[in-house]
Design a binder for this molecule. Sequence first.
Ligand code: NDP
Length: 476
Amino acid sequence: MSISTATPDQDLSVDGAPLPSTPIRRLVLLGASGDLANRLLMPALGKLLDVEPQRRDLVLVGAGAEDWDEQTWRDRLEGSLTSGGVSRETVDALLATTSYHRADVTRAEDLAALVAAGEPAPALYFALPPAVTARACEALREVDLPEGTVLVLEKPFGTDAASARALNATLAVLVPEERIFRVDHFLGRSTVLNLLGVRFANRIFEPVWNAEHVASVDIVFDEQLTLEGRAGYYDRAGALVDMIQSHLLQVMALVAMDPIGEVSAFDLREAKAAVLRACRAWGDDPAKASRRARYTTGTIDDRTVPDYVAEPGVDPARGTETLAEVTLEIDSWRWAGVPFRLRSGKAVGALRKEVVVTFKPVPHLPTGLTGECEPDRLRLSMGPDAMALDLNVNGEDDPLGLDHVTLDTDLHPGRLPAYGEVLAGVLDGDPLLAVRGDTAVECWRIVDSVLGAWAADETPMEEYAAGTQGPAGWPL
Ligand code: NDP
C-alpha cells in the first residue's frame, strides 16, 4: 500500500510524481510601467541573461495600462537594464524581440490577446496592485490558456487566510499548482539559500538543531529605510504584514524544517509547510506574544525623519505599526518549548538583518574554569552576507579563565540579485523557490491571530524615536 503525501494544493501526476517542468521562453510582464517591473524585475532579468546567455532567446512582452508606443517601451526597458548594469549583449538581445501591448488586464479580451494562442506557453507575471491581480485572475477564467502557462503572483497574496484561500481556489481552475509561482523574493536571497548548505552539508549543526540544545531563535530584519514614497502601500500593510507574514515566516520555515532528501520543489515545500502548520503564537496568546510600535521624529545619519504619522500619505486613523515582533512556538518534538522571535522595524538606527540561533548553556561547567560562560550563538547575516559563530575560549592571561571569540566569514554575495533567482525558477518552470498555496494560507493564519489581538487593542502601540533600536526594553 502506498501512502500519498500530496496536500490538497499539490498537483501530482497519476503515479504520484510531480508534474514535469516546462521551460518558459515568453515572459509577459503585466504592469510593465510599475515600480517593481522597472526597479527590480527588468534589471534582475537582465542579470540572469548575463549570467546564463543561453536564455537570451527569451521574448519579453511588456503590458500595461499606459498608452505607450513601441519606442517609449523600448527606451524604458533599455534605461532600466542599463541602470541595472546589464551588458550590451543582453540589452540588444531583449530589445530585438520585445514588444509592448496596451491592455486593461482586468478584461478577458485584453488578456486573451496577450496570451495569443499558438505562441509558446507564457509566464504571466502579475506586477500589479494586489486588487488588480485578483481581478485579472478572475478574468483569466474566460481565457484559453496554452498548456504549460505559468502564473507569477507577487506579495501580498491575499489580505488574510480567507482571501488567500479564495485566491488559491481561483488559481486552481486556471493552471496546476506547480505552475503557480507565489513570489517571496527572500527565498532567492543567497544568504537565505545558504541555510540549506549550512544546515545539511555540515555534520556539526544538525545533531544540535533541536529543543535539547537550542535555547531560542531570532529572525530580525531591521532597516534604516523609512517609507521611500511607498506610504500608499505600507500604511495599509505595516511591519507585521509587510515583513513577517511573508518573508520572515519563510525564513523561519527554512531554519526549522526537518532535513530533506533532495533539494526539490516537492521535498522542500512540504518540509516548510509542516513547520508552518505546527506554528502558533507563543502560549496561544497572540496579544502577549507580540509587540508593535511606531516611530516618532528622530535622526538617521544626520537626516531628520518626521513622525511616521506626519509622513505624506499616512492616515493616523489606521494605527499602522512600523516595528513588529512576534514570538512563535512550533509544536513538534524537535522544537517544543523553543521561542522563535521574528522582528522587523523601519527607521531604526543600526541595520540588523540576521538569523541568530542561541544554544543552551553547557550542562556542567568544570570547576576550575573561571569567568563568564556565554551561550554559543550561530549568526547568519542577511545583508551584508556573512556568518559568525560566537564561542567560549581560553583567556589571554589565564588559560583556564574564559574569554569569548567570534569565528566569522563573509559569504559569497550570490551570482544574482534575489529576483534573478526567482526569475530563473519561473523560466525553468521549477517552483522550488515559490510559496505553495497551503503555505501562503498558513502564514496568514499565524499572522491573522496577531492582527485580531491588535484590532481588539489587546496589545499596546508603543513608540520609538527614529534612529534608535526600538522602544526601550525590547528583548532583542
Ligand atoms: P505600481 O503601482 O508601481 O505598478 C503597478 C502597475 O500596474 C502600473 O504599471 C499600473 O499602470 C499597472 N496597472 C494597474 N491597473 C492596471 C490594469 N487594470 N491594467 C493594466 N495595468 C494596470 O506597483 P508596484 O510595481 O510597486 O507593485 C506591483 C506588485 O508588486 C504589488 O503587488 C506589490 O505589492 C509587489 N511588490 C512591489 C515591490 C516594490 O518594491 N515596488 C516589492 C515587492 C513586491 P498605471 O501606472 O498606468 O496605472
